[in-house]
Design a protein around this ligand. Structure first.
Ligand code: ATP
Ligand code: MG
Length: 408
């Protein structure tokens, strides 16, 4: 449990400390939309900061969020201030919707005089004797002094050389209605849109390198993910299920909660194996997967199905075959990786933190009963004939009754 502050920090003499957050694309939206997106962003941050038991207060401004981190003395726990900063920083780093963020001081309700006094008292800690500096000023319309006046007032308090092009230290100063922010280093945010602001999607999740990257990219654009994993246990081991679980635990660093459906696929596969020629099986598997996904998407109020397919990567991902696969459903099928090379996908998977888990060996259900060279240009009429023969609808109904769910 976190204690309430005992001291009033509204005084500029003990400036608040925390993180200044700059919005990404959401800042370009209309006032009404921005309000909704800011709420999503705030909810996301509050969820994770509470989960990690960081003592904080979120201050919301028109263009910025300020996350105040309470000093160590405000905690019952023994955790130190630096540790809270570290935890908060990691959370912010993994948050979608931010252009950049920075550790900052906040002189709440302070005026220019207070600011220059604060800088005078502290600049020696920030800029070494032989170092140069530059002031970077931003200010809202409410600040009556001009940028030149602010620079003049502050610079004269700093007994160091100025270098505007290549300073050793940049001091960013932002004047807002509610006070002054002072910070030094901006870190790039993840960009994208706040989690959950763009509805929900079902991601067909295999546990390979591609599907986690595809899932992450949709989350980046604000869509909440639900995962669907098809497995062939007991025909093969439980490895793919375990991998999916491991990957889910990484994914919840980006999305607060994740629901995963596990679908037993082996009965359908056995039917397809007995009734369809080997070179058509992958196409049939994929079409059934999408059909099942569409049913679950309806129940879960999801607007699209996501796959990790990329154009031409393997024979099931030729333009012709992607078309045949997609024809099985009415719902939009989105493929965030369509234009990415494998190398690019791997780099993304490494950044997300899923790569090392994804490359662990598994028996993929789609490689079961499938030849080395499946057809690269299937014929839709043939696929449809085969599906009639297999009586897929009944099988799908049966399978849907046996789905399992897990919450992360
Ligand atoms: P991945 O690395 O995601 O497995 P891949 O390059 O191996 O992709 P495929 O195995 O052909 O390509 O799979 C293409 C896409 O089909 C996957 O990205 C995923 O969206 C979906 N898919 C494949 N197998 C499964 C599965 N067992 N469960 C759910 N979706 C699957
Ligand atoms: Mg795969």
């Amino acid at each position: 449990m976190i204690q309430k502050p005992r001291r009033n920090l509204n005084n500029f003499k003990s400036p608040k400390r925390g993180f200044l957050l700059a919005f990404g694309e959401l800042f370009l939206k209309s006032e009404g939309v921005r309000k909704i997106l800011k709420r999503s962003l705030a909810n996301h941050l509050i969820f994770f900061l509470n989960k990690e038991e960081v003592g904080f207060k979120l201050h919301q401004f028109r263009e910025r969020f300020f996350i105040e981190i309470y000093p160590a003395s405000f905690y019952k726990t023994k955790r130190c201030w630096a540790e809270n900063f570290k935890k908060a920083s990691k959370i912010i780093q993994n948050t979608f919707g931010l252009a950049w963020f920075s550790q900052t001081f906040f002189l709440k309700n302070g005026n220019l005089k207070d600011l220059s006094q604060f800088i005078k008292n502290n600049y020696q800690n920030w800029i070494k004797e032989n170092q140069t500096f530059a002031l970077r000023i931003r200010k809202g319309g409410e600040i009556k002094e001009s940028r030149e006046e602010i620079i003049k007032e502050i610079a004269k308090r700093i007994n160091r050389k100025v270098n505007l092009d290549k300073p050793n230290k940049e001091i960013f100063i932002e004047g807002r209605k509610d006070g002054w922010f002072v910070y030094f280093k901006k870190q790039k945010g993840l960009g994208g849109l706040p989690m959950g602001s763009q509805g929900r999607v079902i991601t067909l999740f295999s546990g390979g390198i591609d599907s986690p990257a595809a899932a992450w990219l949709t989350t980046k654009r604000g869509a909440e993910n639900i995962w669907l994993h098809f497995h062939s246990f007991p025909l093969v081991s439980k490895k793919s299920i375990e991998k999916t679980e491991e990957l889910a635990k990484i994914f919840i660093n980006y999305q607060p909660k994740l629901k995963v459906y596990y679908i037993s696929f082996h009965k359908i596969q056995l039917q397809i194996k007995t009734k369809a020629p080997a070179k058509y099986r992958v196409l049939l598997y994929r079409r059934v997967m999408l059909k099942i996904a569409e049913k679950i998407a309806g129940k879960e109020n999801c607007g699209a199905l996501i796959t990790g397919e990329s154009l031409g990567q393997v024979s099931s991902q030729t333009m012709t075959n992607l078309g045949i696969i997609e024809e099985s459903v009415k719902m939009p099928v989105l493929r965030p990786l369509i234009g990415l090379d494998k190398e690019e996908i791997i780099a993304l998977a490494k950044k997300i933190g899923t790569y090392e888990i994804s490359i662990k060996p598994q028996e993929d259900c789609c490689s079961l009963f499938v030849p080395k060279h499946p057809t690269a240009s299937g014929k839709l009429e043939i696929v449809k004939k085969l599906e009639k023969k297999i009586n897929l609808d009944k099988l799908i109904q049966k399978t849907l009754k046996q789905t399992k769910m897990e919450f992360f």
